[in-house]
Design a binder for this molecule. Structure first.
Ligand code: HAM
Length: 488
C-alpha cells in the first residue's frame, strides 16, 4: 500500500469527516461545488463539532498524487445512462408518449422534490418507510417523491374549478424509494403514469387497461407473455362487512393482506389479529382472496354488490375493446398503497420471474385526505426497469444505433474554415453532421461505420479550387465530386 493515504483510506480511518468541496485542478472528478466558493487548491473538510478535522497537510496529501480514483459507480440502486442506455430509455418513453397521445391524454410534469406532508400516510405502507426524506436548508421537510399520484392530486386541487372534468393526464418522471433491490427493482426508477379524474364508472379503468395493452403490443409483447390481474378493493370491503369489521380498519387491512405471498400466512394472521380482526374474519378474508373466478366470487358475495357488478362490467368492456385475453380475475390483487378504493390491477409476466410490470387502480377518496373535495379518479404507474428486463428475456430489445447523416472531414488544416461552413450549411438544412478533424483518413472511415454515417464529405484542396468537395456514399461505396452549391 502507498505510504500516502488515499482519500478512501482517510475516510475509512475517519468516517465522521464530510467532504464538502474538493476543487483542485489535479482532481477534477472531485469537484463537488463551484470552485469560486473556495480558494483554489484547497480541500475543505467539515466535521461534526466535536470531531477532529483533517490537518491541511493530510488534506494536501489526500488530493495529491497518492489519491486513488473516487468510486466511479453511481450511488447504489441508481443508474447512469450512457448513450446506448439513453437511446433505449428514449425509445421506451417515446412509446409511452405515443400510447398516451393515442388515448388523448395530455402531458404534465411535477418536481421530483416534494413536500414530505404529501407522502405521510398512517396505514403502514412499505412506500412510506422507504422515503428519501430530509430537511432542506430552510428547515422544510422534503422528500424525493417515491411515486407521482400525490403530486397529481395536489395539482388537481391547485387548479380547482379551472380544469374541466374529466381530465386525462399522463407524465413520465423519476421516483425514489429506498428499496431492497431485486431484479427490476431499484432505488430510482422512471414511471409512466396515466390518470383520469372525474370518471366514476369503470370506463376509466377500461381505458387505462387498453393503454397498457397497446403499449405491450407496440413493444412486441403478447398476451401469452404477459397478463393483467384484476380485482377490486370492494371485494375486501364486502368481506369486512360480512364480519362486521369497522370501516376505519379497511385501509390497514388492505395494506396487510397485500403482503400475502411476500410474508407467511401466520405473520399476516398475527398482524390482522393485532388490529382487532377476529380469527373467523381472518380465515374468511384469506379464503375469499384465493378466488380466481368471477363466478365463484359471485357465489360468495352475491350479484348485488358493486364489487361484482363493476368487475363484470369491466370484463364485458374488455371483450368489446378486444383485450379480454390479457386480463384475468384474481382476488389476491389488493395493491400495497393505502388510497385505492375500487378496481385494482397489476401486469405480470406469465413465467413468474419478475415483479409487477405495472400497477394501478381507482382512488376516489384521495383528495379528501388532503383536505379537499373528492373527485373520482383512477390511474396506473408503469416503471421503466421491469419492462426492460422482460424485453431482454424475450429477445425484444430493439437495435438502436447512433445514427448521423454526414461526416465532414477537411483533408488539410487550412481548410478547417471551409469545412465549418459546409457543416454549418448542412446542419441548417436539418442534416446531422459530425465535423471531424486532426484524424487519419483510416480512422475517419472506421468512425463513419461506428456511427452509421451515410455520407463522408471530404474537403480537399484540389476539389475546393473548383468549388467542390468529394462525397462518398457509404452504403453504395460510390464517390462523386459535388459542387458546393449542389450539396444537400
Ligand atoms: P406502484 O405499484 O408502487 O404504484 O408502482 C407502479 C410501478 O412502478 C410498478 O409496477 C413498477 O413497474 C414501478 N416501480 C415501483 N417501484 C419500483 C422500484 N423500486 N424500482 C423499479 N420500478 C418500480 C404506484 O406508484 C402508484 N402511484 C401508481 C398509480 C398511478 N396508481 C394510480 N395512479
Amino acid at each position: 500500500m502507498s505510504a500516502v493515504p488515499s482519500l478512501r483510506h482517510l475516510l475509512l480511518l475517519r468516517p465522521h469527516l464530510r467532504f464538502i468541496a474538493l476543487s483542485t485542478p489535479s482532481s477534477p472528478f472531485l469537484s463537488y461545488a463551484p470552485s469560486h466558493h473556495f480558494p483554489p487548491s484547497s480541500l475543505r473538510i467539515l466535521s461534526s463539532s466535536s470531531s477532529p478535522t483533517l490537518t491541511q497537510e493530510e488534506a494536501d496529501e489526500a488530493v495529491g498524487k497518492g489519491s486513488s480514483l473516487i468510486d466511479v459507480n453511481p450511488p447504489r440502486g441508481t443508474r447512469d445512462f450512457p448513450p446506448d442506455d439513453m437511446r433505449l430509455r428514449n425509445w421506451l418513453f417515446q412509446n409511452f408518449r405515443e400510447v398516451s397521445r393515442i388515448l388523448s391524454f395530455e402531458e404534465v410534469d411535477f418536481p421530483v422534490l416534494e413536500s414530505e406532508a404529501l407522502f405521510i400516510r398512517k396505514a403502514g405502507e412499505e412506500i412510506t418507510q422507504q422515503l428519501y426524506n430530509f430537511e432542506d436548508k430552510g428547515g422544510r421537510r422534503v422528500v424525493l417523491r417515491p411515486e407521482i399520484t400525490p403530486s397529481l392530486a395536489r395539482l388537481v386541487i391547485k387548479q380547482g374549478k379551472s380544469v374541466s372534468l374529466p381530465l386525462k393526464w399522463f407524465t413520465i418522471g423519476q421516483c425514489w424509494r429506498y428499496e431492497r433491490m431485486t431484479r427490476g427493482r431499484r432505488r430510482e426508477h422512471y414511471q409512466w403514469n396515466m390518470d383520469i379524474f372525474g370518471v366514476s364508472k369503470v370506463r376509466g379503468e377500461a381505458e387505462l387497461i387498453q393503454a397498457v395493452v397497446l403499449l405491450f403490443e407496440r413493444l412486441g409483447i403478447n398476451s401469452s407473455d404477459v397478463g393483467i390481474r384484476v380485482s377490486s378493493r370492494k371485494v375486501l370491503q364486502a368481506v369486512l362487512q360480512m364480519y362486521a369489521i369497522p370501516e376505519n380498519l379497511f385501509t390497514q387491512v388492505c395494506v396487510i393482506v397485500d403482503k400475502l405471498g411476500k410474508i407467511t400466512r401466520e405473520e399476516i394472521e398475527k398482524e390482522l389479529l393485532s388490529l382487532g380482526v377476529s380469527i373467523e374474519a381472518v380465515n374468511g378474508i384469506i379464503e375469499v382472496l384465493s378466488l380466481k373466478s368471477l363466478s365463484k366470487l359471485e357465489e360468495v358475495l352475491g350479484s348485488e354488490g358493486e364489487a361484482v357488478s363493476e368487475l363484470k362490467k369491466l370484463f364485458s368492456l374488455a371483450e368489446s375493446y378486444g383485450y379480454a385475453d390479457w386480463i384475468c380475475f384474481d382476488a389476491s390483487v389488493v395493491r400495497g398503497l393505502a388510497y385505492y378504493t375500487g378496481i385494482v390491477f397489476e401486469a405480470f409476466d406469465r413465467e413468474g420471474k419478475l415483479r409487477a410490470i405495472c400497477g394501478g387502480g381507482r382512488y376516489d377518496r384521495l383528495l379528501s385526505t388532503f383536505g379537499s373535495e373528492d373527485i373520482s379518479a383512477c390511474g396506473f404507474g408503469f416503471g421503466d426497469a421491469v419492462i426492460v428486463e422482460l424485453l431482454k428475456d424475450k429477445g425484444l430489445l430493439p437495435g438502436l444505433a447512433h445514427k448521423v447523416d454526414d461526416i465532414v472531414f477537411p483533408l488539410d488544416e487550412e481548410l478547417d474554415g471551409t469545412a465549418s461552413r459546409i457543416a454549418s450549411s448542412l446542419r441548417k438544412k436539418g442534416r446531422s453532421v459530425d465535423l471531424v478533424e486532426d484524424k487519419r483518413l483510416k480512422w475517419v472511415f472506421k468512425h463513419a461505420e461506428r456511427i452509421g454515417a451515410s455520407r463522408l464529405i471530404l474537403v480537399g484542396n484540389s476539389e475546393w479550387e473548383r468549388g467542390a468537395v468529394r462525397v462518398k456514399n457509404l452504403s453504395t461505396r460510390e464517390e462523386f465530386e459535388v459542387k458546393i452549391d449542389e450539396l444537400d
